[in-house]
Design a protein around this ligand. Sequence first.
Ligand code: BGC
Length: 443
Amino acid sequence: MKVTSAGLFALVSLLPFAAAQAPIWGQCGGIGWTGPTTCASGSTCTVGNPYFSQCLPGTASSSSVSTPSGSSTSTAPGSTGSTAPAPGSPFTGTTYFLSPPYASEVAAAAKLITNSATAAKAASVANIPTFIWLDSVSKIAPFGTYLSTASAQQKSTGQKLLVPIVIYDLPDRDCAALASNGEFSIANNGAANYKTLYIDPIVALIKQFPDVKIVAVIEPDSLANLVTNLSVAKCANAQSVYLSSVTYAIQQLSAVGVTMYLDAGHAGWLGWPANLGPAAQLFISLYQNAGKPSGVRGLATNVANYNALVAASPDPITQGDPSFDEMLYIQNLAPLLGSSFPAHFIVDQGRSGQQNLRQQWGDWCNVVNAGFGTRPTTNTGSSLIDAIVWVKPGGECDGTSNSSSPRFDAHCALSDAAPNAPEAGTWFQSYFETLVTRANPSL
Ligand code: BGC
């Protein structure tokens, strides 16, 4: 698999947000929006949902189609709409589209590093493909810009591009922890909002670009929490909404050709012998009840975690778990899925370069002394594993260490969690610098 950097150059020429008029695919309105409300010529400002309006190609006479929720979205004349995902691994025959927001974060971070050799290594991370997290409604409009960029780039180079995304905005998100609590709550119409304000607009955008291949990780932690954390009241309360929301997401995204891997926790979570069977049953029942959407390709493991794909020897914290690394977890889970669920996997290795760092296997927050890991590749050493990937953008924080924050989680103040950590998802410069200097293989 090759990596392209042309997306970065295309981005520079688009730089949408400072313009007096919003560009095609740019945001042009919505609750809280303070930017331009008129659109570049050839596009029309169209209400996607109460939170964003977007400049869609075409004039006001462009056709209008009903989304599954019944809301109306303008679509460019000539767009072809839904398509079945191509069978097989989405990583075959494609080149990654590089994440523009991560490239910006990394470029800014590298400039802050005074040692020129380290700064050059840091800057090179922008060329390593990393997933784009759609972790709130506000990320949807920029995503439209990326699809447009990818489509144009693909047309000019003839090289098929793969846009890697994470679907991550469930109501009552992160039910067993606090650090990544999200914007929707079940008590406040979250189940309906997830569909109409989040999934439907994403699907409507993807429909505009049937030529761009998209791979998605679906809702990190959600199903794993339903396997092991139903004793937590917030998870028990969220169970049915998580199931119906994930079902809706995979059905709708499948209908527009997205290839999906459902999040499956990691070896130290669902890999324990007592959890493997219940986990397999949950994945199978969800998939079958959803009508076996063809876009579901398999499972994603180790997302935002720190485990090795293949550990040289068991880390002492794995305490006798026969699945002491991700390869073993996958090999132990796959037979339980049998032919009832597609047993293909992707494994996050973005921050797994250094091992034996933690005091407990359950420590997940900004683990000290972590280094960037194996680069994304389809050379995985297992026919079960489609690709080694970087899902968590290394340098973005796992959770704040500030105990007075409403999203403070005690895991982020443990002695093996890096101190002075900002809010989840925001940039953590010192942590990034350690990932760079401790990268294995080195950068
Ligand atoms: C955060 C998200 C963020 C993601 C990737 C999660 O822990 O809650 O906001 O997008 O990590 O950095």
